[in-house]
Design a protein around this ligand. Structure first.
Ligand code: NAD
Ligand code: DAU
Length: 343
């Protein structure tokens, strides 16, 4: 039986990935190490918690001793690192944990992998490290040009991975993904925030005029891509995982309102995010040459996502209580007070 260590597996993509792997591969054991920050949620893993092939450990990827103990207890064939601080807005107001986890946490994982000769390390990274794609799509050789403390931290993690491959021949593969969406995404992010606000008839805050562009990737498609890179990705290589073309934020939000049959006057145009990247776009032909392509288009993916949030109100209502209320007030209170109804 193959054994993988998934770090950050209680978050959005990590929990989807664990569910995907345990369904797709009978001969796989998954160990999940997660710090359970505000973004980590064991409710995401209820479907696998009693599976004998799944084990959870609570801890920080930056805790080298813990990593050593964990890996020496049971040999690990591969590590897939999802663990990160991930929300750009939070990185603008308080960058500290972003650098601690997204740079030093990666360092600690690379050192532990090196010490134990782990045969593959997959670093989950982001299109944001390339900065805004104002002209063509970014390829894996495009320069790094991060705009936010979040993307700078992720870029730092990627550079460490590259250095460990060059210096120690550590078998590191990096994937850089477009914006994911789907079940179990924290309601701080654009799509779940708008879906859940609309369900509660609350305003949908759109930064600036909503003309910024993202490529959207349904989370099941990215799980299949990561699974493929885990088995077939070449050490030392980077693979972009793209979405399905440009979509403005305003178009996405209007689609959500249409799915929910809610009025467009819920949209509130608020002050823009500082350093807001206008557009991300990825050339993912290298990954497609390995045999992957996205299967869920945005319209179908949004219907699935909206239905999931409608069915799982208890899941997100819990997350929107407590600390989130203070975060929301600080992030949006003043902006919503002076919001415009038209851009
Ligand atoms: P998320 O915020 O939903 O989850 C992050 C998880 O990491 C949480 O479970 C959290 O508890 C855990 N974590 C944070 N710090 C940790 C630490 N020090 N030690 C152990 N666990 C820790 O994130 P996500 O959206 O699922 O993103 C997963 C990965 O994919 C991240 O590396 C992110 O940069 C990358 N990524 C995300 C997207 C996206 O659209 N969501 C796109 C591209 C890349
Ligand atoms: O591109 C990949 C990245 O996607 C990941 O690396 C990050 O971890 C993930 O958080 C996501 O970053 P974004 O900043 O693109 O995602 P977010 O959902 O925060 O915002 C998507 C777009 O919507 C962005 O242009 C900002 C805008 N936005 C966001 C929020 C939260 C709004 O207009 N209003 C909002 O309230």
């Amino acid at each position: 039986m193959k054994r993988i260590l998934v770090t950050g597996g209680a978050g959005f993509i990590g929990s989807n990935f664990i569910q995907h792997c345990l369904t797709a591969h009978e001969d796989l054991e998954v160990i999940n190490l997660d710090k359970l920050t505000y973004a980590g949620n064991l409710d995401n893993l209820k479907t696998v918690q009693s599976d004998p092939r799944y084990t959870f450990f609570h801890g920080d990827i930056g805790d080298r001793q813990l990593l050593m103990d964990l890996i020496s207890r049971k040999p690990i064939d591969a590590i897939v690192n999802f663990a990160a601080e991930t929300h750009v807005d939070r990185s603008i107001s308080k960058p500290d944990d972003f650098l601690r986890t997204d740079v030093f946490g990666v360092f600690s994982l690379l050192e532990a992998s090196r010490q134990f000769g782990v045969k593959k390390y997959v670093q989950i990274s982001t299109d944001e490290v390339y900065g805004p794609a104002l002209e063509g799509p970014m390829t894996e050789t495009s320069p790094l040009n991060p705009s936010s403390p979040y993307s700078a931290g992720k870029g730092g993690g990627d550079l460490l991975c590259r250095a460990y491959y060059s210096t120690y021949k550590s078998p590191v593969v990096i994937v850089r993904m477009a914006n994911n969406y789907g079940p179990y995404q924290h309601p701080e992010k654009l799509i779940p925030l708008c879906v859940t606000n609309a369900l509660e008839n609350e305003p949908l805050p759109i930064y600036g005029d909503g003309s910024q562009m993202r490529e959207w990737l349904y989370v099941e498609d990215s799980c299949r891509a990561i699974d493929l890179v885990l088995s077939a990705g070449e050490p030392g290589e980077i693979y972009n995982i793209g979405g399905q073309g440009d979509m403005t934020n305003l178009m996405v939000v209007k689609k959500i309102l249409e799915c929910l049959k809610k009025p467009e006057d819920l949209i509130a145009f608020v002050d823009d995010r500082p350093g807001h990247d206008f557009r991300y776009a990825l050339d993912d032909s290298k990954l497609r040459a390995l045999g992957w392509k996205p299967e869920v288009d945005l319209d179908a993916g949004l219907v699935r996502t909206v239905n999931w949030y409608k069915k799982n109100k208890d899941w997100w209502k819990k997350l929107k209580e407590g600390d989130f209320q203070a975060y929301y007030k600080k992030q949006y209170g003043d902006r919503l007070a002076k919001a415009k109804k038209t851009a």
